[in-house]
Design a protein around this ligand. Structure first.
Ligand code: PRP
Length: 180
């Protein structure tokens, strides 16, 4: 049963599960003999980090950050405010930042600069989705789940006005769901 507000499913629950299993296996190989600290940026990446962590076989720790976008203007200014910082010190740790979606790249650019200043042993990014043709700054993502069309996508952590995060698939929202 597809939610009535969803126009089409882009990535099914099975697509997502299979891709995350493959990414988990790749990460487990790459970090063999090490432990990895997964850092998710709330809130959208919460579902992804939970499923990803279970597909990684090397020792994993989890930590979380919350950032505010100062309203919509931040997305263009690239100014991000940290609302919740990491609980862990990351100096000397292998840090993998977990994002649900890379859009303009401005959030990650800010975060990576901030985290790099804390001197981790390594600092890499995994994003489940990257929007095609939208990146305004160059972000090097070591791991990527899928590229996705520049549509209004929701589900599997992605929201519209905090709704639809719990859909097990990723789909395009019908315009009627966000237009009056
Ligand atoms: C989304 C996503 C990234 C950011 C990507 O978060 O989780 O953090 O936008 O956009 P950018 O590449 O243009 O910077 P959002 O602000 O929607 O918050 P949420 O995770 O709580 O939904």
């Amino acid at each position: 049963m597809i939610h009535p507000d969803i126009e089409s499913v882009i990535f099914s629950e099975e697509d997502i599960r299979a891709r995350i299993a493959a990414l988990g296996a790749e990460i487990s190989r790459d970090y063999a003999g090490e432990s990895v600290l997964l850092v998710a940026v709330l809130r959208g990446a919460a579902l992804f980090i939970a499923d990803l962590a279970r597909e990684i076989t090397v020792p994993v720790e989890l930590d979380f950050m919350a950032v505010s976008s100062y309203g919509s203007s931040t997305k263009s200014s690239g100014v991000v405010r940290i609302l919740k910082d990491l609980d862990e010190l990351i100096e000397g740790r292998h840090v993998l930042v977990v994002e649900d979606i890379l859009d303009t790249g401005l959030t990650l650019k800010y975060l990576l600069k901030n985290l790099a200043s804390r001197k981790p042993a390594s600092l890499d990014v995994i994003t489940l989705l990257a929007k095609e043709g939208k990146q305004r700054v160059s972000i090097s993502c070591r791991y990527m789940g899928f590229t996705c069309p520049d549509e209004f996508v929701v589900g599997y952590g992605l929201d519209f006005a905090e709704r639809y995060r719990n859909l097990p698939y990723i789909g395009v929202l019908k315009p009627s769901a966000y237009q009056d």
